[in-house]
Design a protein around this ligand. Structure first.
Ligand SMILES: Cc1cc2nc3c(=O)[nH]c(=O)nc-3n(C[C@H](O)[C@H](O)[C@H](O)COP(=O)(O)O)c2cc1C
Length: 402
């Protein structure tokens, strides 16, 4: 008779914080640090999470609703909970990378946002999640951008996310992890001491035990995928976009696909109004997860002024700092149609692959449901700011038009 070890750790985790602890334990230190990311002092990174803690609940003691609903739509896609996967470019932390995340999102009924710098191709990802939005940076010349957009369209992408909030600010006060140019034998030997402590992590990459650090969605037709650094160099050397360029990108995408367009990284009311003028169907109020200009307020502080200004004209999403279902509910109350998550699912992926990402989505779903129950609501549609305890001065209105 096979005796089960009763002390074996259950791979299921109860909170995103526990997923993060597990990912930290499981991943080599530089890999974990690459997921933490952040810039300069880390002020925005910390505020993105901490600001949610300033908003309080006012729960009912009785009279709650037995049935509660949280399904909605984002850019025409039905989703079973108001949480979508924000694109992130470092999913080679797991051999299945973006494919595992896309499968988890599909299993839990939501949208996969796929990064321009993804380690898996848009074809592989769309094959496992037919609700994939492809993300583009402003990189390469116009012909190259059209070719990449058209490839995503042909693969089945259902929307385009233009991420433009990036200022190439590199320094971190806590130091950046080493990311090798290419993972060859020489690099493996040099980095061995950092990775050898996590043999289980390395072993999962199969016979060669080498994670791939290329960007297949930036490969020229019939050509090889550039390395991550090759891709970063192209991006750095591309002149930044104007508002006409944003309108151009939206127009190209609309003409070739007829599918919606999101501008991700909006912090200011004036920019949100310009996004409306440029024809965007959605915006994501986001500071790139605290990876752009440090000192930008938490996304949740900037949400309401933006949503009040443009919420009738396009879909407003909130991205940054979401770690629990109650955070999602607060964002929806302040005007978001849905939230986007980054590190939360990266911790799940690092801790337990596809099942870990599903676990994170289940934690968020459970937390949203608890919050609705406690507040006596039957649907996310009933959420509004008046139901919460929000301190004076919480909201930050940036770029209010004169
Ligand atoms: C490690 C890492 C890589 C990221 N890569 C991308 C990317 O390739 N494209 C993009 O649009 N945003 C990228 N982001 C930003 C996320 O899409 C998202 O805006 C951010 O993670 C949200 O904050 P959160 O992590 O607190 O949820 C990245 C974020 C992290 C942490």
């Amino acid at each position: 008779m096979k005796v089960e070890n009763p002390w074996k750790q259950n791979p299921w985790f109860e909170s995103v914080a526990v997923a993060q602890q597990r990912a930290r334990k499981r991943l080599p230190a530089p890999v974990y640090a690459a997921l933490v990311a952040g810039s300069e002092r880390g002020l925005t990174l910390r505020d993105n999470e901490a600001a949610f803690g300033e908003i309080g609940f006012a729960p009912h003691v009785a009279g709650q609703q037995a049935e509660r609903s949280m399904a909605t739509t984002v850019m025409g896609q039905d989703i079973s909970l108001p949480v979508v996967i924000s694109p992130t470019g470092v999913q080679a932390v797991h051999p299945d990378g973006e494919v595992a995340v896309a499968r988890a999102a599909a299993a839990r009924g939501t949208v996969m946002g796929l990064s321009n710098f993804a380690s898996k191709s848009v074809e592989e990802v769309c094959a496992v999640n037919d609700r994939t939005f492809f993300q583009m940076y402003w990189t390469g010349d116009r012909d190259v951008m059209i070719q990449r957009m058209d490839r995503a369209r042909a693969a089945g992408a259902q929307g385009l996310i233009a991420t433009l909030d990036w200022s190439f600010s590199m320094g971190r006060d806590w130091g950046s992890p080493e990311i090798p140019e290419k993972i060859d034998l020489k690099t493996m030997i040099r980095m061995a001491p950092k990775v050898a402590t996590k043999p289980r992590w390395l072993w999962q990459f199969g016979p060669r035990h080498i994670p791939d650090l290329t960007a297949p969605n930036l490969a020229p037709p019939g050509g090889d995928a550039p390395t991550f650094f090759g891709a970063y160099y192209e991006w750095m050397s591309t002149p930044p976009p104007s508002w006409q360029d944003v309108a151009w990108m939206r127009e190209q995408w609309e003409q070739m696909s007829g599918k919606p367009f999101m501008l991700k990284g909006v912090c200011r009311v004036d920019d949100a109004l310009r996004a409306v003028d440029a024809g965007a169907d959605a915006i994501s109020v986001s500071n790139h997860g605290g990876n752009n200009l440090d000192g930008t307020p938490a996304s949740i502080r900037m949400l309401k002024p933006v949503a009040d200004a443009v919420g009738e004209q396009l879909e407003v999403l909130l991205d940054g700092g979401i770690r629990r279902g109650s955070d999602v509910v607060k964002a929806l109350a302040l005007g978001a149609r849905s939230v986007m998550i980054g590190r939360a699912y990266l911790w799940g992926l690092g801790a337990n692959g596809q099942a870990g990402v599903e676990n994170v989505l289940d934690i968020l779903r459970g937390g949203i449901d608890s919050a609705l129950l406690g507040m006596g609501l039957s649907s996310i549609d009933e959420l509004h700011p008046g139901l919460f305890d929000i301190p004076d001065g919480f909201h930050r209105t940036l770029g209010a038009p004169a």
